[in-house]
Design a protein around this ligand. Structure first.
Ligand SMILES: NC(=O)C1=CN([C@@H]2O[C@H](COP(=O)(O)OP(=O)(O)OC[C@H]3O[C@@H](n4cnc5c(N)ncnc54)[C@H](OP(=O)(O)O)[C@@H]3O)[C@@H](O)[C@H]2O)C=CC1
Ligand SMILES: Nc1nc(=O)c2c([nH]1)NC[C@@H]1CN(c3ccc(C(=O)N[C@@H](CCC(=O)O)C(=O)O)cc3)C=[N+]21
Length: 297
C-alpha cells in the first residue's frame, strides 16, 4: 500500500483564509483588529525562524503582530512585568511566550501569568483543565491542528484505537485529551513504555511527538493506519546542509500506512494556522461576539 499524503500545508492555508475573512468582517463591522503578541527570550535560531513566520502570517491574516525580544539573561521579574503589560493591553488579544524558556526561569509560573482568555497556546492551567473536562477553552495549537487533520481524513474518530507517542504538556497530553473528547480509545506511550512497536501496531491512529528522527518505522504500523508525524528534527544532509525530518521514517511508514503527514508540510503549518484561529477566537470572546465556526475543538 502507498499512503495518502495528508497535505497539512494546503489545509492550513484554507484555515488561514477563513481566519482572514472573519478578521476582515470584524474590522469592517466592529472596528476590531485582533492582535497577537509573541514573546521570545534568548537567541535560539530555530525559535527565531518560527517567530518570524508567525509574525508574517499574522499580518497576512489582517491581524496586528507585536513582537517582544528579550535577552537570554533577562530576569524572570522583567518577563512577568511584560506579561502583565500585555494582559492589560486592549490591542492584544493573544499572547504566546515561546518555549523553552531559559533554564533560570520557572516556566509554569510564566505560563500561568498569562491572562487565560489571551492564552492562545492553551498552556495555562485553567485551559488545561477546561480541555480535560470538555469545557470551552483555548486549545493548544499543535494538538488542535492534528485533530483537524484527523477529522478531515477519517470523519469520525469514534471507537478508533489511537496511540500517542510522547506525553509532554504541550503536545502528547493535550493530544490524548482531544482524541478522548472525540471518543477514540487512547493509549499514551512514552520513554518507559514497554514493547512500544507492539503497542503502536494496535493503532488505527498514530500520533508521534517524540523528537527522535525516524524512530517509528513501517514494521510498527498497522496496515491502513493514519499517521500524524509531529516531530520536527533538523538533521545533517551532507555538504554542510541540514534538512527537517519527522519522528517517522517516512519511506517505510508510507508503504504500510493508509495516510501520513509529511515533514515539513504537515503538522507545522497547521500549528501556525491554529495559533491565528485561536487569536481570532480570543478576540471574539473578549468582545462577546459570535465565534467563527469550525476553528476550534
Ligand atoms: N509541528 C509542530 O508544530 C511542533 C512540533 N514539535 C516537535 O514534536 C516533537 C516532540 O515535542 P515535545 O512534546 O515538545 O517534546 P518533549 O521532549 O517535551 O517530549 C518528548 C516525549 O517523547 C517521549 N520519548 C522520548 N524518547 C522516547 C522513546 N525512545 N520512546 C518513546 N517515547 C519517547 C518522552 O518520554 P518521557 O516523558 O518518558 O521522557 C516525552 O514524553 C519534537 O520533535 C518537537 O520539535 C513540538 C511542538 C510543535
Ligand atoms: N509557546 C510555544 N508555542 C508553540 O507552538 C511552540 C513553541 N512555544 N516552541 C517551539 C514549538 C515548535 N513549533 C513549530 C511551529 C511551526 C512549525 C512549522 O511551521 N514548521 C514547518 C517548517 C518550518 C521550517 O522549514 O523550519 C513545517 O513543518 O512545514 C514548526 C514548529 C511551535 N512551537
Amino acid at each position: 500500500m502507498t499512503a495518502t499524503i495528508i497535505d497539512g500545508k494546503a489545509y492550513a492555508a484554507t484555515i488561514r483564509e477563513k481566519v482572514a475573512a472573519h478578521v476582515a468582517r470584524l474590522k469592517d463591522e466592529m472596528d476590531i483588529t485582533p492582535g497577537l503578541a509573541v514573546v521570545l527570550v534568548g537567541e535560539d535560531p530555530a525559535s527565531q525562524v518560527y517567530v518570524r513566520s508567525k509574525g508574517r502570517m499574522t499580518v497576512e491574516a489582517g491581524m496586528q503582530s507585536f513582537e517582544h525580544r528579550l535577552a537570554e539573561d533577562t530576569e524572570e521579574q522583567e518577563l512577568l512585568g511584560l506579561i502583565q503589560h500585555l494582559n492589560a493591553d486592549p490591542q492584544v488579544h493573544g499572547i504566546l511566550v515561546q518555549l523553552p524558556l531559559p533554564a533560570h526561569m520557572n516556566s509554569d509560573l510564566v505560563i500561568n501569568a498569562v491572562d487565560p482568555t489571551k492564552d492562545v497556546d492553551g498552556f495555562h492551567i485553567l485551559n488545561v483543565g477546561r480541555v480535560a473536562t470538555g469545557q470551552a477553552a483555548m486549545v493548544p495549537c499543535t494538538p488542535l491542528g492534528c485533530l483537524m487533520l484527523l477529522r478531515q481524513q477519517l470523519g469520525s474518530l469514534e471507537g478508533k484505537e489511537a496511540v500517542v507517542i510522547g506525553r509532554s504538556n504541550i503536545v502528547g497530553k493535550p493530544m490524548a485529551q482531544l482524541l478522548l473528547g472525540d471518543s477514540a480509545t487512547v493509549t499514551v506511550a512514552h520513554s518507559r513504555t514497554q514493547n512500544l512497536p507492539e503497542v503502536v501496531r494496535r493503532a488505527d491512529i498514530v500520533v508521534a511527538a517524540v523528537g527522535r528522527p525516524g524512530m517509528v518505522t513501517g514494521d510498527w504500523i498497522k496496515p491502513g493506519a493514519t499517521v500524524i508525524d509531529v516531530g520536527i528534527n533538523r538533521v545533517d544532509a551532507g555538504g554542510g546542509k541540514t534538512r527537517l525530518v519527522g519522528d517517522c521514517d517516512f519511506d517505510s511508514v508510507s508503504e504500510v500506512a493508509g495516510a501520513i503527514t509529511p515533514v515539513p508540510g504537515g503538522v507545522g503549518p497547521m500549528t501556525i494556522a491554529c495559533l491565528l484561529a485561536n487569536t481570532l477566537t480570543a478576540a471574539c470572546r473578549t468582545h462577546g461576539l459570535p465565534e467563527p465556526e469550525g476553528l476550534t475543538a
